[in-house]
Design a protein around this ligand. Structure first.
Ligand SMILES: [Zn+2]
Length: 254
């Protein structure tokens, strides 16, 4: 139709009509492209919102096991530090000569360096399909990058820490014994307080003391690198996702 009118205008040498018809054609094409771009943009923004909402539900769904475990590891390290004066003979007279029950449990589990995962399936999916750029919000993108980097470094560090494990109750069996509970089927000897330590023998066993020192050093890197740094990146990501979605958690939940 437009083509017929255009040809007729050219035949009649009506240049005003020719220009007008060409403008109509060009305008139609431009509007067509613009409408397509608007639709694509609207769809992309809807997809991005869906992804961020899913991200939030997965953050919430992670539960408290990770935070409980971090608190437990912090307590174990504090107990190891508290018993160091008892075992390493620095001559302090204000320090007891016997290891406390909590200290003995801390020694027995001093080689345990693992943690509940902070993995978020939606981020793993976007990474594997190369679709992380579906998230255009710069603050969320930056928080995801920080989260990924902190977790990658934590994995490397955890692998290095666990490369050589000093399980002290297994490696130095004469320094420990276990007292099983009189009842109950859930005996958990390393963790439940049924381990007993021979404090005097431990103080004179240099190989044991050196292996324990190794575990105490590892516990520092485990706390800071494997637990604290990824936890901080996770909490920061949650705060930014909350801000993006306009959510608050008045009950103090993570
Ligand atoms: Zn939230």
């Amino acid at each position: 139709m437009i083509l017929q009118r255009l040809m007729a205008a050219i035949r009649e040498q009506n240049w005003f009509a020719v220009v007008l018809e060409l403008l109509i054609v060009i305008l139609g094409i431009v509007i067509g492209f613009q409408v397509t771009a608007w639709n694509e943009d609207r769809t992309a923004r809807a997809n991005e919102t869906q992804i961020i909402e899913r991200l939030h539900s997965e953050i919430i769904g992670l539960g408290n096991s990770r935070w409980d475990w971090a608190a437990d590891r912090l307590e174990t390290r504090a107990n190891l530090l508290a018993l160091s004066h008892v075992l390493y003979g620095d001559g302090r007279e204000d320090v007891a000569t016997e290891i406390s029950a909590a200290g003995c449990v801390a020694i027995a589990q001093s080689h345990v360096f693992n943690s509940p995962s902070l993995a978020l399936p939606v981020i793993t999916e976007l990474e594997s399909t190369g679709d992380l750029d579906l998230i255009t919000n710069r603050a969320v993108r930056q928080a995801i990058t920080n989260y990924l980097m902190a977790n990658a470094w934590a994995r490397e560090l955890d692998t290095a820490i666990n490369h050589e494990v000093f399980n002290l109750t297994a490696d130095y069996p004469t320094l420990f014994h276990f007292v099983p509970p009189t009842e109950g089927l859930d005996w958990n000897p390393i963790f439940d307080g049924s381990v007993r330590c021979d404090s005097a023998a431990m103080r004179t066993d240099q190989a044991f003391l050196n292996a324990l020192a190794d575990n105490i050093s590892k516990s520092l890197y485990f706390m800071t690198g494997v637990l604290d740094a990824p936890n901080a990146s996770f909490t920061a990501l949650h705060a930014i996702v909350d801000a993006e979605l306009g959510l608050t958690h008045d009950d103090g939940a993570e």
